[in-house]
Design a protein around this ligand. Sequence first.
Ligand SMILES: C[S@@+](CC[C@H](N)C(=O)[O-])C[C@H]1O[C@@H](n2cnc3c(N)ncnc32)[C@H](O)[C@@H]1O
Length: 322
Amino acid sequence: MPPMVSILVIMGQSKCTGYLAPVDFTTDLQTELSLRGITVLETHGRLFLCEGEPQDVVFAQDTWYDVEKVEYASINNAAEALRARGGEKGGRWSHYSLNNHRRGELILEKVPSVKIKKYNFLDPVPSTSIGVFALLSESLMLVSARTKCPLPFGEIHFNEDKINPPSRAYLKLWELFTLYKIKPNPGERAIDVGSCPGGWTWVLQTVGCQVVSVDKAPLDPKIAALPNIDFRQESAFGLRPQHIGKLDWFFSDIICYPDKLHELVLRWIESGLVDNFACTIKFQQPTDFETMFKMQQIPGSQIVHLSCNKHEVTWVNLKSLR
Ligand SMILES: C[S@@+](CC[C@H](N)C(=O)[O-])C[C@H]1O[C@@H](n2cnc3c(N)ncnc32)[C@H](O)[C@@H]1O
């Protein structure tokens, strides 16, 4: 068998990190990488291979650590190379299909693989990292033995509830609570602004929150009739934190310009009455990176692009991280 060659160096770089853009948001990832001064070495579809150590990049749906290019001679030979990089048990692998799809699937059959499944809300998600490979040709593949997200390609898929929630926006909170494990405890008090028709309010009510739900438009009557929901039909921008009182959580899915949301959350942070925040930053064209970076700099903040976020990202600010 010809020797297997591992090309540890991609275009002369000793450390290579892969960032995978969400479907349809390749341009946003490319702009963010450039604004962060990260050098792109190669692109393969929505995968950007970059110089240097991994950084927190919002528009990366997943991050591949220590990417290598590996030459292989056969399917068995490729599988051996993956198992050798997977630790004692050979790892858990996913196949990101770039080229030679069938060949990649045959390699995947020969290594321990990540089972693709749909999750229920709050199902435990594996905490160990997984590996990924992508074939560049019949004899060359990209390999990362460790990715940031424990699920393939940074995506979670749910068994959806097609009956109770009045909109599909509930999936954002399902993902935040299930995959990121960022979630209120039963009995906590939350405000949900921009709540209509009521998907988020419904999720918060199902996890046991006392919910103040605010929108200029009315809530779906089915949601408004649930217990522990205090609906107020008014503008979120006119609310005074002192009139609402102490809150464990502030949620916002309001449609507004990012700088208006930034102003709003600063007002609630400054009130000292809110412990934790989870808000959607919704973008127009062009994407307002300036405000996104400002919000990321607020102490205790992290920003993620959830699988079900479209041209928007989710800003989280936790008291425990402040
Ligand atoms: C994307 S929808 C929210 C969906 C909701 N999270 C759900 O799960 O059903 C955005 C909402 O923001 C509301 N909105 C826009 N401006 C607002 C304002 N100034 N105050 C309160 N709500 C506002 C709109 O009425 C709309 O219902």
